[in-house]
Ligand binder design. Structure first.
Ligand SMILES: Nc1ncnc2c1ncn2[C@@H]1O[C@H](COP(=O)(O)OP(=O)(O)OP(=O)(O)O)[C@@H](O)[C@H]1O
Ligand SMILES: [Mg+2]
Length: 445
């Protein structure tokens, strides 16, 4: 035990509490003696005097790791690495914490980086992990270029399609269709009219609402409506832990949309970019958000011919910078379909199903709170039931109102859970009436 050394250092620190080097030595000795709680305290006190100190931060990450607080360790390591301040030790702790999280490829990459910075570093577990990983890589077949994502060094190629559906295939949602026409379709098809009014083209529409209510479907239909390339990007696929790689991925995606105009660039789960996520490690860094905003603003290259749409189930996780003019300045609530919309959706969905004389208005009445996806499930279940019967009776019967009504009783609409959460935000975090639409929908005034 280095008790006397520890006492001496403590005495010295009493005299000069803001001596960072001294504090670092004390924390280090405490750590070496497995006195982790005290070490944590010293690192934190040190950081209160010198908030940016890399060695203190790195030390704190190491203590957290030793205490089994892996998430906390990861957050610090990620911050240091993103700021390009990671030392060999930082990368080593990072690799170990990732290993604990069973994120093996990332752990191997971080370990390799630690060894690059300091060849003396060695960790038996991580060593065997790296060996296993390179063996796996040698055996893995090449992915098709359409689906490769975030390969460091290579370009990020997002998912592309030319949708065959258009607004006619979308039941109801008339307000939303109008909004999309006015804001992003007409500027594309009649640029001269917009120019005549001096209206700047740009910005996008953010859709939010409960799952399965047609956000993704509507975005695809918008692309089909103008015969544009539909580029769909899930934000979590873009986020990459390699320093700077997420930013490059985002840039590649926007470039890709600019090269394929007219295009609809659709960002799903944009809330993954939110700064206030509970699991901090999953959320994007400030740099990534800034890169996204800069691309959105079209700062270097302009976004003519690129329609930008985004969707989220959790708009409250989004940074308010997203809502500035010229960005997502239209935020639209996509509610569960109302009765008329449900009828329209059922009409669309029944088109390619074996249906007899089905009373669509009656079904629409009985499916309150059903999302589009729930209605889809309803028909699937009904078809399955008929199929089972037909196998027995050898007499295929079309879908009927009666059998559909029976299935309705067995389905619990999936939108209700979402409203429980949304209601709280609408009641208690409703800045500038942002979520008034939710309150209106729930008839809360
Ligand atoms: N208005 C609609 N007209 C026709 N079909 C619809 C409509 N709304 C939803 N659907 C059907 O419901 C399915 C689910 O909708 P979609 O995937 O677009 O929901 P979402 O809002 O994007 O959900 P999530 O938030 O879970 O991503 C669609 O594939 C489509 O078949
Ligand atoms: Mg979706």
């Amino acid at each position: 035990m280095d008790n006397s050394l520890i006492d001496t250092l403590r005495q010295a620190l009493k005299q000069s509490p803001d001596n960072v080097a001294l504090r670092l030595s004390l924390a280090h000795v405490l750590f070496e003696n497995h006195r982790y709680d005290e070490a944590e305290q010293e690192y934190k006190t040190g950081l209160s005097h010198a908030p940016g100190d890399v060695n203190l931060k790195s030390g704190l990450a190491e203590v957290f790791y030793a205490q089994g607080k892996f998430s906390a360790a990861l957050v610090i390591c990620e911050e240091l690495v993103n700021a390009r301040q990671g030392t060999a030790q930082t990368y080593l702790v990072y690799a170990r914490a990732l290993h604990q999280r069973e994120e093996y490829p990332e752990a191997a990459a971080m370990y390799a980086r630690a060894r690059e910075l300091n060849p003396d570093i060695s960790d038996q577990y991580l060593e065997s992990l790296v060996a296993a990983k390179s063996k796996q890589a040698a055996e893995k077949p090449e992915l098709s270029p359409e689906y490769t994502t975030g390969d460091p060094g290579g370009r990020f190629v997002p998912y592309h399609e030319r949708p065959s559906i258009s607004f006619a295939d979308v039941g109801g949602m008339d307000n939303l269709k109008d909004e999309i026409r006015l804001k992003i379709i007409h500027p594309l098809t009649n640029p001269e009219i917009y120019a005549a009014y001096g209206k700047k083209i740009g910005g996008g529409i953010l859709m939010y609402g409960p799952p399965g209510c047609g956000k993704t479907y509507l975005a695809r239909a918008a692309a089909g409506e103008v015969k544009a390339t539909f580029i769909s990007v899930s934000i979590s696929d873009v986020l990459d832990m390699y320093t700077g790689q997420s930013e490059r991925n985002l840039h590649d995606i926007f470039e890709n949309a600019r090269e394929n105009t007219p295009s609809v660039l659709f960002f799903d789960e944009v809330d993954a970019l939110g700064a206030s996520r509970r699991d901090m490690r999953q959320s994007a860094s400030r740099q990534v958000i800034n890169q996204f905003l800069a691309e959105l603003d079209g700062i270097d290259s302009g976004n003519e011919g690129v329609l930008i749409l985004a969707a989220t189930n959790a708009p409250w996780h989004l940074d308010s910078a997203f809502r500035r003019p010229g960005r997502f300045d239209r935020i639209i609530f996509v509610p569960p379909p109302d009765e008329a919309a449900r009828a329209a959706i059922l009409e669309v969905l029944l088109k390619d199903k074996p249906a007899g004389d089905v009373d669509i208005p009656a079904l629409a009445k009985r499916t309150r709170d059903f999302s589009g996806a729930d209605l889809n499930a309803l028909l699937d279940l009904a078809v399955e039931g008929k199929l089972r019967e037909a196998l027995k009776t050898r007499k295929p019967e079309p879908l009927s109102t009666k059998c559909l009504m029976k299935v309705i009783k067995t389905i619990k609409p999936t939108t209700r859970g979402w409203f429980t959460t949304a209601k709280n935000y609408a009641l208690y975090a409703n800045e500038n009436g942002l979520y008034n639409d939710i309150l209106d929908y729930l008839r809360i005034k």
